[in-house]
Every structure is written in structure tokens, then in C-alpha cells.
Design a protein around this ligand. Structure first.
Ligand SMILES: Nc1ncnc2c1ncn2[C@@H]1O[C@H](COP(=O)(O)OP(=O)(O)OP(=O)(O)O)[C@@H](O)[C@H]1O
Ligand SMILES: [Mg+2]
Length: 290
């Protein structure tokens, strides 16, 4: 990220160097914080609900500007891990460290898997988006401006007076992204809906998120069930399966072997000349041979 951009985003404390002891284990605590320090560092992370262990021995490093796709079958712990990143679930083991400028989580935008509102409460799109500003220490005119901008960026300014319950699933999803955008996030976490969105709406959402990543250098975590989209947009991939999370740069992780282990279907991954990865599961072949 460029220095001027960093300043605009209010990140200048990093350039003056924060003692590293806030960020890394004491054994490494002699140098100063670097721009290249991970914004999220997970070491030997274990996550559980009561005694029900969901994830074990998770090691992960996420750096500025990266585009992560989290993939894996249903119920393998993707949302659980995100809850832990957001501070809503304490690790049972190990640690999650957020870099100092992220530590209070005010600049993390989160788009949940489903609308977390009570359908019996009447809410317009605009007031729903405004809810995203809760707890921010920013003056009201600036907040109103952010709300207007977020509605525009997501292309829902013309339906801002409509009830959030009287719009399509895709439009509601856009409102959820706008609600996260008003926090002026440095990182966006999007837990893709598994139902209720047609393919066009869901890839449109990913396109918008990609623009945020490329134009505004916002770090992204996108949970998706669409491996093609992951192959196309991700710089890094995490595969959740059997309580483990294998993760790293896309070229190392998005392989036929890893996908076959996770999804149980023979899969072929190829890199195109433009650098994207295409994923083809050989389901037809399997069915034909049974
Ligand atoms: N609040 C909870 N209390 C107890 N168990 C839970 C809770 N939330 C999720 N689980 C269990 O934890 C496991 C992981 O769930 P999680 O929602 O993290 O999966 P996921 O990978 O996000 O799945 P999906 O792709 O369907 O969204 C599942 O077995 C689920 O039943
Ligand atoms: Mg989930």
C-alpha cells in the first residue's frame, strides 16, 4: 500500500513504528513493526463450541492487500473461524494476533452469511446501512456522507427508502456490503450466502469486492462455495476440512490433490496464460464409470 494512501486511511502510526512486543511473541520482540507484518496471525489456533472441537492447529498469516478465499464443504468451520477473527469466539488454544492498527476491529467490515435482522422489525435500506456506523467515533455529517457513498458504490441509492424485507436477495446482500463499507474498512470479511442468491447476483458481489481489493487495496476474506471464482480472484486460499485448514498462496494450495481430499471428487486445476486458475471436477466422468 502506498504511503499517501496509508495516511488517507489514518494508518500513519505504522510508518513511525510500533514496538513489536504488541504483535509477536516475546521471544521475537526486539525489532519494530514492519509494513509487511501480517495483519492477522494465527498460531496453533484451536476453536470449539463447548467440548465440540471444530478446528485444530490452525496456522495462518494474512498480509495487507491480499485476497483470500476460504473454501471447504458445509459445516467445516469457515464461519466459526471468521467469528474468532472478529473476536466473537475465543480460541480454545493458541492465539490470534491482529496488527495494532486492526486490533480494535473498528476498521474490519463484515458481511454475514445471512441477514442478522429480525424480519418483524421494519427497516429501510438506508437506516440498515446506517447501523454499520454504530460505535464509530466520527462526526455525523461525515457519517451521513459515508452512508450516501456506500449506497452509491453498491448501486442501491435509488431503493434506499424501501424496506430491507421488500427487495431481492441480491439487493439485500448489497445493502449488507454497504453496511460494512461505512466503516471505511481496511479489511472486508464476506461470508457468502449459501442460499437465496442467484449466480449472477453472487458473482456481481464478488466483482464489487474485487474492485475494492484492487482499487482501494482493501484486504479481503471471501468465503465461497464457487471454486471457479476462487481460482479467478484469490491471491490466497484456505481449505477447511477435517478440523484442519491448509492455506497459503493460491498456486500452492488450489491443487487438484487438495481439492479432491476436501470435496471427495477428482478435480483438475489448470493455470491459464493470464495467471488465473480454472477448476474442473470430473464428476461426469465419475458418474459415468459407476
Ligand atoms: N453456535 C454454535 N454452537 C454449536 N455448534 C455450532 C455453532 N455454530 C456452528 N456450529 C457447528 O460447528 C461446525 C462448523 O460450522 P460452521 O458454521 O463454522 O461451518 P461452515 O464451514 O461455515 O459451513 P457452511 O459452508 O455451511 O456455511 C458445524 O458442525 C456446526 O454445526
Ligand atoms: Mg458458514
Amino acid at each position: 500500500m502506498k504511503e499517501d494512501m496509508r495516511k488517507q486511511l489514518g494508518l500513519d502510526e505504522r510508518s513511525v513504528g510500533i514496538p513489536v512486543k504488541k504483535m509477536v511473541p516475546p521471544s521475537e520482540g526486539t525489532s519494530v513493526q514492519q509494513k509487511s507484518d501480517p495483519i492477522v496471525l494465527v498460531e496453533n489456533g484451536g476453536f470449539a463450541y463447548g467440548r465440540n472441537s471444530i478446528l485444530e492447529s490452525v496456522e495462518m498469516k494474512i498480509k495487507d492487500g491480499e485476497f483470500w478465499c476460504f473454501i471447504g464443504p458445509n459445516g467445516e468451520g469457515k464461519t466459526t473461524f471468521i467469528k474468532a477473527l472478529l473476536g466473537a469466539l475465543r480460541p480454545k488454544r493458541g492465539l490470534i494476533r491482529l496488527r495494532a492498527d486492526f486490533a480494535r476491529r473498528t476498521r474490519i467490515g463484515f458481511v454475514p452469511q445471512s441477514c442478522d435482522l429480525n424480519p418483524s422489525v421494519p427497516t429501510t435500506i438506508e437506516s440498515f446501512v446506517k447501523q454499520g456506523t454504530a460505535g464509530l467515533n466520527v462526526e455525523r455529517t461525515k457519517l451521513n456522507h459515508r452512508v450516501r457513498r456506500a449506497l452509491e458504490v453498491m448501486g442501491i441509492q435509488f431503493i434506499r427508502e424501501r424496506s430491507i424485507w421488500r427487495v431481492s436477495g441480491g439487493q439485500r446482500q448489497r445493502a449488507m456490503v454497504a453496511r460494512a463499507l461505512v466503516r471505511d474498512p481496511l479489511m472486508m470479511i464476506v461470508d457468502e450466502p449459501t442460499a437465496g442468491l442467484d449466480l449472477a447476483a453472487s458473482s456481481g458481489l464478488l466483482k464489487t469486492i474485487t474492485e475494492l481489493n484492487q482499487k482501494h487495496k482493501i484486504t479481503v476474506i471471501f468465503v465461497t462455495h464457487d471454486l471457479q471464482l476462487a481460482g479467478r480472484y484469490a491471491s490466497h486460499v484456505a481449505i477447511f476440512k477435517n478440523k484442519r485448514v491448509i492455506n497459503g498462496p493460491i498456486g500452492e494450495i488450489l491443487t487438484g490433490k487438495n481439492l479432491e481430499k476436501a470435496f471427495g471428487v477428482p478435480t483438475e486445476v489448470k493455470q491459464t496464460s493470464s495467471g488465473e486458475y480454472t477448476v474442473r471436477s470430473k464428476v461426469e466422468f465419475q458418474e459415468a464409470s459407476v
